[in-house]
Design a protein around this ligand. Structure first.
Ligand code: DX5
Ligand code: ZN
Length: 226
């Protein structure tokens, strides 16, 4: 397997939408490559966040990799639209559909990366059979639905199991983690084997540039060690 690439994926949910354009520019200038975009429908999760028009609009001015996290029921109904609007990595919840293979195939047919995400209560064993087919497994480290929650340390064994299988079978699947990642918890997820790190409040709250550079520095250093 090639060298593991570590990415910071700042979560758009925590951005200041009054100055969104300049915030996206700032993270790009810090060398960040990914942008995590949370889409919530008020059914799969209690909140409604943002949808297609926002993605379509920011796509025009951003070279970031759009890492779209769909927290919606029946994701199969919207795959085409999110691909059209500019998702580079499109991630759907395992729990939200029974059409896993069809969705993965559709995303790949469009030349994009397919991601699958599991909620905290979903055992890692449910996702392992898909690791050879998907490009990214997202392991939630909080209950999906809200930013700013506390990291669930009992998710670490899931990360370890996924990493073990990926390494053992030489797969090229990334492991992303999402929820409650901050300066204290990032070490835990990296040591467990995650390589794509979502962070909302701890990147956007306070000094965006300093925060982005800090996390980018930690991940670049991890990449040099890998
Ligand atoms: C929660 C979302 C997260 C959220 C993370 O459902 O999936 O991406 O924005 O926010 P923090 O990093 O603040 O926990
Ligand atoms: Zn997310």
């Amino acid at each position: 397997m090639g060298k593991t690439v570590y990415q910071l994926a700042p979560s758009l949910l925590a951005a200041d939408f009054n100055i969104l354009g300049s915030q996206l520019k700032t993270i790009e200038e810090c060398g960040v490559r990914y942008l995590h975009i949370d889409v919530m429908d008020g059914v799969f999760v209690p909140q409604i966040s943002l949808g297609m028009p926002v993605i379509e609009s920011i796509r025009k001015n951003s070279g970031l990799v759009f890492d779209v996290h769909l927290m919606i029921v029946e994701p199969e109904r919207y795959i085409d639209t999110f691909l059209k609007d500019g998702a580079d990595i499109l991630t759907f919840h395992y729990e939200a559909t029974d059409q896993h293979r069809q969705i993965i195939d559709k995303i790949h047919a469009a030349g994009r990366k397919a991601g699958m995400v599991i909620k905290p209560a979903t055992p890692i064993e449910d996702a392992l059979p898909y690791l050879k087919d998907i490009d990214q497994l997202l392991i939630m480290t909080v209950e999906p639905g809200f930013g700013g929650q506390k990291f669930m340390e009992d998710m670490l064994p899931k990360i370890r199991k996924a990493r073990q299988m990926i390494d053992k079978e030489n797969l090229s699947c990334d492991i992303e983690v999402d929820g409650g990642i901050n300066k204290d918890t990032i070490r835990l997820v990296l040591d467990a084997g995650a390589n794509v790190i979502v962070s909302g409040s701890s990147v956007f709250r306070g000094d965006l540039k300093a925060n982005a550079l800090y996390y980018k520095g930690v991940l670049d250093e991890e990449g040099r060690k890998a």
